[in-house]
Design a protein around this ligand. Structure first.
Ligand SMILES: Cc1cc2nc3c(=O)[nH]c(=O)nc-3n(C[C@H](O)[C@H](O)[C@H](O)COP(=O)(O)OP(=O)(O)OC[C@H]3O[C@@H](n4cnc5c(N)ncnc54)[C@H](O)[C@@H]3O)c2cc1C
Length: 405
């Protein structure tokens, strides 16, 4: 018969958010297990500068996220790799003359944020997790089913036949969270009516360490600056969100025609698009859990909420979930409270739910505003953008909020 191993905290999913929560609990008195479906690989990816040598999934990490990663000694592992700071941000409307320009100097910061390939952030977190004796990393292993016990604990059955017990089960297993579904946690969700195409591109001209976003009638198009080992500034990661029929047509184009369409949609702001990597496309859905917690269980990151990538906030919100939950768990430990107790978990929920909802509502408002074809709305939107651009106190408050300050 299999013996049952018991933990204080079991985290299902070692993506960026689950990995960050594990690191934040590293070295504490909590006995932690992390279960990840993918095999463990802590080797750093080769930093090839071939167009397909970059991860197509990148994140714009805010200053708040960087500070969190720094506090765990993870940022220093990331900083030695390909990381591109961006100091400016240009946002403009394809249907008029409205534009906004943000500059880090205006808010007395050296940078607005950093663009990092997701696999680099993940590898740095995994390397850190390996250093802690209080964390068991179980991979590859998939959660199959869960059962709640008579007390507040959960019993987990893995696909390799192992059985584990947790005082607190944390779902960090992404947008289609199995934990959330098995636990019957209710979600509010709807389609954004957009697919996102992601790829790496090489441009004719330098990206100038600037994040660029053009709002087109079909959806927003972002060019995010990438760095290379020899500091070439021609590579960008693109996120092109568009109505599904339009995105399907773009996906069907060959590389030359896609590059030409991309250059035109971006007004060739960085010159011609010279090269494009393999493209990936994802349907975008907004999701938000009605409750993030119940006794013995908590949702974090994409398992709790997913958001349109137009402002690059998804992983940043998830990292702030991981920070808040880790703080509440460490506080509970000092007070000798059960980590799965509802009182402990509700403190986490109170800290994160309102913040996540307000960011999601803001993004939804932006998306809706920019997809309105009616002339009076387009006119008002462009006037509003120009006014905001000339109103530093408001503009700076907006950018400080986006930076998580
Ligand atoms: C096109 C696009 C662009 C984006 N750009 C940005 C951006 O610029 N900035 C930003 O902040 N966010 C961005 N996001 C959002 C961001 O990518 C996500 O919010 C983030 O990756 C979520 O991380 P996570 O750790 O919660 O989930 P995930 O990354 O999905 O990780 C979940 C983990 O759980 C594991 N898992 C799943 N099921 C099981 C199981 N049954 N058993 C064991 N393990 C399991 C998976 O293998 C995976 O490792 C973007 C999203 C999209 C779609």
């Amino acid at each position: 018969m299999n013996s049952v191993k018991t933990y204080d905290v079991i985290i299902v999913g070692a993506g960026i958010v689950g990995g960050a929560l594990a690191c934040a609990l590293g070295g504490s008195d909590h006995k932690v297990a992390v279960i990840e479906a993918q095999p463990l690989n802590t080797d750093w990816p080769e930093q090839s500068e071939a167009i397909d040598g970059f991860d197509a999934r990148v994140s714009a990490l805010t200053l708040a996220s960087k500070n969190f990663l720094n506090s765990m000694g993870v940022w220093e592992l990331i900083a030695g790799r390909r990381v591109s700071p961006y100091r400016e941000m240009h946002v403009w409307d394809a249907e008029g003359t409205g534009n906004i320009h943000f500059n880090a100097q205006d808010v007395n910061q050296p940078v607005l944020g950093h663009i990092v390939e997701n696999r680099i952030t993940s590898k740095a977190l995994l390397q850190k997790i390996q250093q802690y004796n209080n964390i068991d990393f179980i991979a590859p292993a998939k959660l199959e089913t869960i059962q709640s016990g008579d007390d507040s604990s959960y019993q987990l059955l893995l696909d390799d036949g192992r059985t584990l017990d947790a005082a607190l089960l944390v779902a960090a297993d992404g947008a289609n969270s199995k934990v959330r579904n098995l636990a019957g946690m209710e979600m509010r969700e709807w389609d954004y009516g957009h697919d996102a195409i992601v790829a790496t591109v090489k441009n004719e001209n330098s990206h100038q360490q600037t994040a660029w976003q053009r709002f087109l009638p079909e959806g927003p198009l972002a060019f995010l600056p990438l760095s290379t080992a020899d500091h070439h500034q021609q590579y960008c990661s693109i996120v092109w969100s568009a109505i599904p029929s339009y995105a399907e047509n773009l996906m069907a184009l060959d590389d030359a025609d896609f590059s030409a369409a991309l250059g035109t949609a971006f007004e060739n702001t960085l010159g011609e698009v010279l090269e494009v990597s393999h493209r990936f496309s994802f349907p975008l859905r907004q999701r938000h859990a009605v409750d993030y917690v119940k006794t013995g269980l908590a949702l974090i990151g994409d398992a709790a909420h997913t958001i349109h990538p137009l402002a690059g906030q998804g992983v940043n919100l998830g990292l702030m979930d991981a920070l808040a939950l880790s703080e509440e768990l460490l506080r509970a430990q000092q007070r000798q409270l059960n980590p799965g107790s509802l009182a402990v978990l509700e403190r986490y929920q109170r800290r994160r739910k309102a913040a996540n909802l307000s960011t999601m509502a803001g993004m939804e408002g932006f998306k809706r505003l920019f997809e309105q074809p009616a002339l009076p709305i387009r006119w008002a939107r462009n006037v509003g953008m120009r006014w905001l651009n000339k109103t530093p106190p408001l503009k700076n408050q907006l950018i400080r909020q986006a930076m998580g300050l």
